[in-house]
Design a protein around this ligand. Structure first.
Ligand SMILES: Nc1nc2c(c(=O)[nH]1)N[C@H]1C(S)=C(S)[C@@H](COP(=O)(O)O)O[C@H]1N2
Ligand SMILES: [Mo]
Length: 162
């Protein structure tokens, strides 16, 4: 009997772990006034924007996600009217679970400068991103190669270039 409940506990733990292992938080740190860690539920509740983008396979897809500018605003980054002077030398480093990192300059993210919206995508064509891609991936519309479409995003860090 004791052996049986042990076995059952193991199975239940495994099932629960498998179900929750994709839950990933996003932390925002560095040159911001309110460093924060956003939970999956908070990210889900934030306003989403759709972006049509062409994948490497040439197919047009509808990505949905949170504009990166909104995440940075929530953390208190210098954007909008504050994006001037020395703040124009700030950049954003996004890190992934596998250690891959990419950089965007703040003006690439701020809609007062940029003509396109970088999003932290959480779905493609209405479905959650695949394992190894999501739960969150940056989508940078308009670029000729997707090297900055960083998969499995885990953190966002704002820094000064000097
Ligand atoms: N986390 C992570 N994201 C990544 C990479 C990576 O190695 N790790 N490679 C990048 C590169 S170089 C390319 S070309 C695209 C490939 O995207 P795809 O797998 O959707 O075709 O992912 C980008 N995002
Ligand atoms: Mo690439």
């Amino acid at each position: 009997m004791r052996y049986n409940s042990c076995w059952l506990f193991g199975v239940i733990s495994f099932v629960l772990l498998s179900l929750t292992s994709r839950a990933q938080t996003i932390s925002i740190s560095g040159e911001v006034t309110k460093p924060l860690t956003l939970q999956a539920a908070e990210l889900k509740a934030m306003p989403h924007t759709d972006v049509m983008a062409t994948d490497r396979d040439g197919k047009e897809r509808k990505y949905s996600g949170i504009p990166l500018v909104d995440l940075l605003k929530q953390a208190g980054a210098t954007l909008g009217a504050d994006l001037r002077g020395e703040n124009l030398t700030k950049y954003v480093i996004v890190k992934a679970v596998d250690g891959y990192e990419v950089l965007y300059a703040l003006p690439e993210i701020d809609p007062e400068f940029a003509t396109r919206t970088i999003i932290l995508a959480d779905s493609v064509d209405g479905a959650p991103l695949a394992k190894g891609v999501g739960p969150y991936r940056m989508v940078v519309p308009g670029e000729k190669k997707p090297a900055r479409w960083i998969r499995e995003v885990k953190s966002i860090d704002v820094r000064f270039a000097k």
